[in-house]
Design a protein around this ligand. Sequence first.
Ligand code: PAF
Length: 283
Amino acid sequence: MEAITTIEDIRDKVASLKKGGKTVAFVPTMGALHEGHFSLFRLAKQHADEVVASIYVNPEQFGPDEDFDEYPRQLEADLKVCAEEGIAAVFAPSDKIMYPSKQYLHIEVDELNMHMDGGSRPGFFEGILLIVNKLFNIIEPDFAVFGQKDIQQFRILQQMVSEFNHNIELVMGSIKRANDGLALSSRNAYLDEEQRKRAPGLYRCLQYVQKQIGNGVTDVHLLLDHQRSELQAKGFKIDYLKLFSFDTMVPVNEVKNSSKYILAGAVYLGDTRLIDNLIVERP
Ligand code: PAF
């Protein structure tokens, strides 16, 4: 399978896929594909006749001290698995194609961006909105599939689709995990053997808090404080470990009935940043 690298060619390809009223689902990725991505491809296939993927490491969503240069790139291997997964076309453009000249326009995000990854990674979601907006306008899919692991990304993109009237239905794929519970991520490749063994500690901690909430705990302030200390004692550096409102992405200390929350954490093991989350709903 060959990557399609120009906007004209991918537009032509998608137009041919859509002939006869066929639907297209789109899975944007940054490559280094793993089981987590494959599950998104399969979910996409359940929603549409054809699946189109993109592979592009978007420089605009990396801060100056982040891992843009080190981010794993393995286009040949990725194309091979895309072919095996029955992906109809892969768009893998260069920076020159996606950002041919100075980018004068940016999309700002209000409150939804203030906490979680938005709070810790300035410019991250503006960079994602920029690239996904471009990709949506190029591919014009019927569906677009994103993983729950990046739940704030999903929530902000939901808002973009709604406020900018993209005629696209967003679909969220559940988090895929290794046998020991670690959420699959291309960045797990940075972990050494010893860090890899400790890494599922974040998921176990989220599960514990979720269970406590299920058992009727409503004030999570002390519970989360305690869990942060436990993680620190196990060698994790905490970025955040909090309960957030699903709608506003703002941290909350009190769980109310009939509300939807995200219990989310971001931690470092060495230089590697791990994120994970669970959706908590109180009927
Ligand atoms: O989730 C990702 O891999 C990226 O943020 C995305 C959506 C491909 C945009 O670069």
